[in-house]
Write a protein that binds this ligand. Structure first.
Ligand SMILES: Nc1ncnc2c1ncn2[C@@H]1O[C@H](COP(=O)(O)OP(=O)(O)OP(=O)(O)O)[C@@H](O)[C@H]1O
Ligand SMILES: [Mg+2]
Length: 289
């Protein structure tokens, strides 16, 4: 091979390695998404979100109902096309190259899609196949994963529609684990689970973090879960991330009279003041008109 071609090849390979290693797991810049409501009104669900997740980092997002958590997760999973802004997963543009991004991520949410008539096991084999994992490879792994998340193996042959919501939630998590994604998007993964199952799922998240070195974006209403599992915790209100830090510094910032608040108290303080600001803005707007 001519010298210049060899040099070019080495250069290209180095560039690929550098871009792959230097990129964050997730880079979100000024992300905006509005939905049309009745009477032609447009309401922002994401109103300028900036968020970066490092490789192997777990970031939790807390926020009141309707604050934009699921929309954020759906935008990263390429299910929602943003109005503007940038989403990059390991340096790859999720808006321009959704298929490549889909291979690197896996989303677990309450609205997980399954073939309801097929068994849990069949759904898992199918899910793995979509990610290029053959039946031969997935079979032994399915059993190991189901055992680890505390799913009763005897029920894996039953149609999905016969399983309780908590059980279905576990199958959604098993499916995500099976494909070893580099970025896991967990949208309320423990909502609706009994305390035992909740602990099982949280343990799995801990394992993914340490063993698989995957980055995780975790949306939750459970403050203890956020505090225990996450390196950093963000609070989203009205489509904006209004606070984002490690749990300890976040709490210290809202310390009053020497009392270190709990994460729940921080959440109340942050969302409460935002509600007051929103009310004030509405009142100011009234006065103008
Ligand atoms: N497909 C859609 N069409 C219209 N509006 C939508 C759609 N998806 C989300 N929204 C609106 O966007 C806003 C944010 O919703 P989103 O589901 O992201 O909130 P969330 O923080 O996940 O809430 P929850 O805690 O209840 O799950 C809400 O006002 C919601 O009504
Ligand atoms: Mg949601």
């Amino acid at each position: 091979m001519p010298f210049f071609l060899t040099t070019l090849l080495v250069f290209l390979i180095l560039e690929v390695i550098v871009s792959a290693t230097s990129a964050h797991a997730l880079d979100i810049v000024d992300l905006r998404k509005s939905f049309n409501k009745k009477r032609g009104e447009s309401v922002p669900a994401l109103d300028g979100v900036d968020l970066t997740i490092a490789r192997g980092e777990v970031v939790g997002i807390l926020g009141p109902n309707g604050s934009g958590k699921s929309t954020l997760v759906r935008a990263v999973s390429t299910l929602v096309i943003p109005d503007s802004g940038r989403v990059e997963v390991f340096g790859i543009d999720a808006i321009a190259r959704p298929r490549e991004v889909q291979r690197m991520i896996n989303r677990v949410s309450v609205e997980a899609s399954f073939f309801k008539k097929l068994s849990a096991y069949e759904n898992l084999v199918y899910g793995a196949k979509l990610y290029g994992v053959t039946t031969g490879e997935s079979k032994p792994r399915i059993q190991a994963i189901l055992e680890r998340i505390g799913f009763d193996l005897k029920r894996a042959g039953e149609p999905m529609e016969h399983l309780s919501r908590g059980m279905q939630q576990k199958i959604a998590l098993a499916r995500a684990l099976l494909t070893s994604p580099m970025l896991m998007l967990l949208d309320e993964p423990t909502t609706g689970l009994d305390p035992r199952s909740k602990k099982d799922v949280q343990e799995v998240v801990r394992t993914i973090r340490t063993e698989h070195d995957a980055a995780i974006l975790l949306c939750t209403h459970d403050m203890a879960e956020a505090e225990e599992l996450c390196d950093r915790v963000g609070i989203i209100v009205d489509g904006r991330i209004v606070a984002l830090d490690r749990p300890q510094p976040l709490k210290s910032r809202y310390q009053q009279n020497g009392h270190l608040p709990s994460l729940e108290e921080v959440f109340m303080a942050v969302t409460g003041s935002s509600f007051e600001e929103a009310e004030q803005r509405a009142a100011d707007a009234e006065e103008v008109h």
